[in-house]
Ligand binder design. Structure first.
Ligand SMILES: [Zn+2]
Length: 197
């Protein structure tokens, strides 16, 4: 099985900043159980700073399960959650790392994907506020704070967004390399001819 790496993470400085902010948070730390029944309703208006770490198996994500090919019990995602407050506004750092298999769009055999995702949610009071909140970075997203924020669904959304649109084995490793892979390659002579124009 081949692995396709997605690495849009790993900024140590940022992690350290989050650590500092969590420590300075005026609210008590509350441990967040990484378990579907807890993650379906997270009270983002509670005066607490959440911290939690755990594994969510693929079967707990219904939409992802339909996207994946038959899987092993190790398929799923390690999640690391921290929340804190800044300017009286809740923020949440979500780190997701794990693996699943999807069908190769060329040969339909399973294609293993390793995903690593980092997102920071900023919680605002209303939909309007969230829509207008200036986002300077792709890894930040505005959410509406509620007493029943569905973090499980948000995590599943992030993973779905990180999946490649047309996943394929690398040419040479795909079962259909003889027949179709060649057809998809641009004709080198044609490319050369275009370059000369
Ligand atoms: Zn393939």
């Amino acid at each position: 099985m081949n692995l396709v790496m997605f690495d849009n993470v790993s900024c140590l400085n940022e992690l350290q900043n989050v650590d500092r902010m969590t420590q300075n948070s005026p609210y008590p730390i509350q441990s967040l159980e990484i378990n579907p029944s807890f993650l379906l309703r997270v009270d983002m208006l509670a005066p607490v700073a959440y911290q939690g770490e755990g594994f969510i198996p693929l079967v707990d994500f219904p939409r992802l399960s339909t996207e994946s090919t038959p899987v092993g019990s190790r398929d799923g995602f390690d999640c690391q959650i921290r929340s804190w407050h800044h300017d009286d506004r809740p923020l949440m750092d979500v780190r997701i790392r794990g693996r699943m298999a999807v069908a190769c769009q060329r040969c339909l055999d399973p294609l293993g994907l390793e995903l690593e995702i980092h997102k920071t949610y900023v919680f605002l009071k209303t939909d309007d506020e969230a829509d207008q909140f200036p986002m300077d970075r792709d890894d930040k997203e505005a959410m509406v704070a509620s007493t029943h924020f569905n973090l499980l669904e948000a995590i599943e959304d992030e993973i779905l967004l990180a999946l490649p649109h047309a996943p394929k084995h690398p040419v040479g490793l795909c079962q259909l390399r003889e027949m179709e892979a060649d057809l998809e390659q641009p004709n080198p002579f044609k490319v050369l001819k275009n370059l000369k124009k």
